[in-house]
Design a protein. Structure first.
Length: 239
């Protein structure tokens, strides 16, 4: 055994790695919301935010809606970029470390804006949200089913995003399998936006959802076709 081998970190694989990543993501998402709530209640941040948001006004509601749209665009960008990374579209002109770093950055930005999207609801003067409403899915005062899907999606997004830093511990295979959750999360968040978004009926926002879904659908099918080609060739050779 070499010195490097003795200093190497242990690798978590299979079910143990997935469980660790799930716990980290779930805990990370909950801690993010709790940290923001603590800042609001125990530091001048809460008072300053309340002063900036007029009592009885709609500023918090507008901020929640706008940051929700930004978070969705970032999630869409991360999903599309991740799909493109799995093909030769990106590999031909972007170095793999840079491309992967951008993928992770988009995911972290999506988590940040999604967290703020939830946090700012604590200051909404119409719907009286509590920290528990933001942490526990399907319990809030506004469209609980649709908002609950968003909370589940936020936890899942936190899980997948945290796994970027656990890639060496998880192993490539477990890390890749974990990232397959992104497809389900994307669908959850899209349904959340369409069902809970106050602006989902507007032509521009609806066009955003349609364009994003079509692009993700196209790249997913393209990826499946590229995976199927080697198998078809191998079957023909064997035949």
């Amino acid at each position: 055994m070499t010195a490097n081998d003795s200093l190497a970190r242990p690798s978590l694989t299979g079910l143990a790695g997935a469980t660790a990543a799930f716990a980290a993501g779930l805990l990370g998402g909950a801690l993010a919301i709790l940290a923001l709530a603590w800042l609001a209640a125990q530091t001048p941040v809460g008072g300053l935010t309340a002063q900036l948001l007029p009592a009885g006004g709609k500023t918090a509601w507008y901020l929640a809606r706008s940051t929700g749209v930004v978070a969705y665009l970032l999630l869409s960008g991360s999903t599309v970029w991740g799909l493109a990374l799995s093909t030769k579209v990106i590999r031909e002109w972007a170095p793999p470390p840079l491309a992967l770093a951008l993928h992770g950055t988009l995911s972290w930005l999506a988590v940040g804006f999604a967290g703020f999207h939830a946090f700012i609801l604590l200051f909404d003067g119409y719907y009286q949200y509590t920290v528990a409403d933001l942490l526990i899915p399907f319990t809030g005062p506004y469209r609980p089913a649709a908002v609950g899907l968003g909370i589940v999606g936020f936890y899942g997004l936190s899980l997948v995003t945290v796994s970027f830093g656990l890639r060496k511990w998880l192993g490539q295979r477990a890390w890749r399998r974990l990232h397959y959750l992104s497809f389900g999360l994307y669908i959850l968040v899209t349904v959340h936006g369409l069902a809970a978004g106050a602006d989902s009926g507007s032509p521009g926002i609806r066009a955003m959802y349609i364009a994003s879904a079509l692009l993700v659908h196209f790249l997913t099918n393209y990826r499946l076709l590229t995976l199927a080609k080697p198998a078809v060739k191998a079957a023909r050779v064997a035949g």
